[in-house]
Ligand binder design. Sequence first.
Ligand code: PGA
Length: 235
Amino acid sequence: MKLIAGNWKMNGLKASVAELDALLAAPAPEGAELLVCPPATLVASFARRASGSHVKVGGQDCHWLESGAHTGDVSAEMLADAGATHIIVGHSERRADHGETDAVVRMKAQGVARAGLVPILCVGETLAERDSGATLEVIARQLEGSVPDVRALVIAYEPVWAIGTGRTPTTSQVAEVHAAIAARMGAGVRILYGGSVKPGNAAELLAVPHVDGALVGGASLKAADFLAIAAGAAA
Ligand code: PGA
């Protein structure tokens, strides 16, 4: 089963439930599990609506602590209480916008596991790092610094230069990085590819060895596109 996860980022209002409803109305895709990660404001209502269905609901980030004096933050326990099953941590936009380091990402991933949820931990190189031939070294360093010692974990390989740009690595570049991550993490850890996944390239990317699913940004906002991507899992 491939995991097809939608990262809505800072998009979505109450009316966006129409997209969730369209996912719920469609038959469960063959060979794929669906996860939608809307903004924190929508997690509870989406999880309630999707309860018992083939669609899971997740968070996009959390604080590493369970509760306390951290104005504006949301904990993994709160997202669990709202019905989330997974939480994305260490997305490159969080690393860039909020200065999150590997050490912070590791604490967050531990917090997710403490709350009984599955972290989706993102790693990926910048274009400068790829151009200088440092990709595998960067990924190894990020994994070394941010992977916690937890039972259930998903890794998302997201080249920073492929996010929201319409550019994707070649399938052999994806294969190289996913093989390196798989060798390091061992069996049982799912590895998603993320970065400009679209209906037109999903089947090809999902067919790459060690690609166990996709983390989809822009194309996850429309149910029709998200379902078309998930259909690529069966191809
Ligand atoms: P994108 O984003 O699909 O819009 O490139 C992917 C992500 O940032 O998770």
